[in-house]
Write a protein that binds this ligand. Structure first.
Ligand SMILES: NC(=O)C1=CN([C@@H]2O[C@H](COP(=O)(O)OP(=O)(O)OC[C@H]3O[C@@H](n4cnc5c(N)ncnc54)[C@H](O)[C@@H]3O)[C@@H](O)[C@H]2O)C=CC1
Ligand SMILES: O=C(CO)COP(=O)(O)O
Length: 415
């Protein structure tokens, strides 16, 4: 789309610098360079600061150098070596990605905020940012999870949008970060349903802002009220149309499909992590691929049912079945994701998945364990645990109320 009248460029900040956060910063930094009329060249990435030593996997590892033994600040090493030595070692990052350990400063003046934090940290980080960002900023949530409180269930895109009072879309797909960082081909789904006041964007099909649909808590503002409070993107900026949003994320090795179903995209990413844990449990028993396919089938049905039951006007079944963020993500996550791998190791070794996470992930975080608890607390509140037997089985196994061996019985439909 033409950028008539636009003379400012979008500044982009990636909030989060884990395995996926760092990979997102790499591909976004490549794209801002490819579209210099749309985006400022520097991409800031907020780094949760910690002291690290160089691991063997780093491109700069040299056992005789001081760097190998002396702990240093992760953000300083990031900027010096153009590598995230802890969360994405071995990958060279473009020099226009700049690590910033100061959250507020990293987001200052940014019109596009890409959130890629483990979901448990989103509320606190957003609360620290509230009132300190550009009021007309737009966000994309790449985090996979849900936010459950006594009021109901909220998508992470919705949690970000409501806490910061900005519009927030979602990006989710069959996306194992390390493969994408190595520029191996994959697809993703971006849900971006711009608010009506970003009127230079093509009119989207569907609701004005699907992520703001609230079916659980009547006290939450309705979409039109929220829309009215959102600040319009000034005309000096290029419009955040589907075309321009796609330019920010699409790479030759990372193919983007844009949809308007923020709810479906967000739910798929969150719920597949519970399915991946179930797949890890049965694989860890040595039960083979048929068993894994069985839990995937039941899990996909529960994912679709969850969308239909709790977000009937917004989540589309086709998002789960046709887009990368649905069945495709279930498949990749049940083959090589961290939730799958840790659940499998836990079963094989007879240890808890939390011990495995601590020992094996070097600070990376599982999302499926807390999501299983959050979804269970929501289902329990609704009195609907028995309607979602696989999600409930994963929760009960994590709680120690059941064993992986019980899964076939637990997911068998009751006559
Ligand atoms: N890694 C992957 O392959 C993919 C991950 N995702 C999603 O992206 C989100 C982020 O995951 P990753 O980037 O992989 O992170 P990660 O799991 O690799 O790393 C954990 C991150 O949390 C940060 N952290 C630790 N304590 C913190 C605190 N108190 N406050 C704020 N940050 C803290 C660490 O600095 C680190 O950046 C998750 O929701 C995940 O499901 C989505 C697609 C692919
Ligand atoms: O979301 C992912 C792949 O799409 C990564 O899943 P894990 O967090 O289980 O590694």
């Amino acid at each position: 789309m033409a950028t008539l009248g636009a003379h400012k460029k979008h500044k982009v900040t990636v909030v989060g610098s884990g395995n996926w956060g760092t990979t997102m910063s790499k591909l976004v930094a490549e794209n801002v360079k490819a579209y210099p009329t749309l985006f400022e060249e520097q991409v800031d990435v907020w780094v949760y600061e910690e002291e690290v030593t160089l691991p063997k996997e780093s491109r700069h590892y040299d056992p005789s150098s001081e760097l190998a033994s002396k702990p240093q600040k992760l953000s300083e090493l990031f900027n010096k070596l153009h590598e995230n030595v802890k969360y994405l070692p071995g990958i060279t990052l473009p020099s226009n990605v700049v690590a910033n350990p100061d959250l507020v400063d990293s987001c200052k003046d940014s019109t596009i905020l890409v959130f890629v934090l483990p979901h448990q940290f989103i509320p606190r980080v957003c609360d620290q940012l509230a009132g300190k960002i550009v009021p007309y900023a737009r966000a994309i949530c790449c985090t996979k999870g849900v936010d459950v409180s006594e009021k109901g269930i909220r998508l992470m895109s919705e949690a970000i949008g409501m806490r910061l009072n900005i519009y927030c879309g979602a990006l989710s797909g069959a996306n194992i970060a390390t493969e994408i960082a190595q520029e191996k081909y994959s697809e993703t789904t971006v849900a971006y349903d711009p608010p009506p006041m970003d009127s230079r964007a093509p009119t989207p099909k569907g609701s004005p802002n699907a992520s703001m649909v609230d079916l659980i808590s009547p006290s939450r503002p309705v979409p039109s009220e929220r829309s009215a409070r959102l600040k319009a993107l000034p005309n000096e900026y290029p419009p955040l149309s589907h075309e321009n949003v796609r330019k920010l994320f699409h790479r030759p090795y990372f193919h983007v499909r844009i949809v308007d179903d923020v709810v479906g995209v967000s739910l798929g990413g969150a719920l597949k992590n519970i399915i991946a844990i179930a797949a890890g449990f049965v694989d860890g028993l040595g039960w083979g691929d048929n068993a894994k396919a069985a839990v995937m089938r039941v899990g996909i049905l529960e994912m679709v049912k969850f969308g239909k039951e709790f977000f009937p006007d917004s989540a589309k079944t086709s998002t789960f079945t046709e887009e990368s963020c649905g069945v495709a993500d279930v498949i990749t996550s049940c083959m090589g994701g961290r939730n799958f791998r840790c659940a499998k190791m836990a079963t094989e070794r007879g240890e808890s998945i939390y011990e495995i996470e601590q020992k094996e992930l070097n600070g990376q975080k599982l999302q499926g364990t807390s999501t299983a608890y959050e979804v269970n607390s929501f289902l329990k509140h609704q009195g609907l645990e028995s309607e979602f037997p696989l999600f409930t089985a994963v929760y009960n196994i994590l709680e120690g109320n059941a064993k992986p061996e019980d899964i076939p019985e637990l997911i068998e439909p009751k006559i």
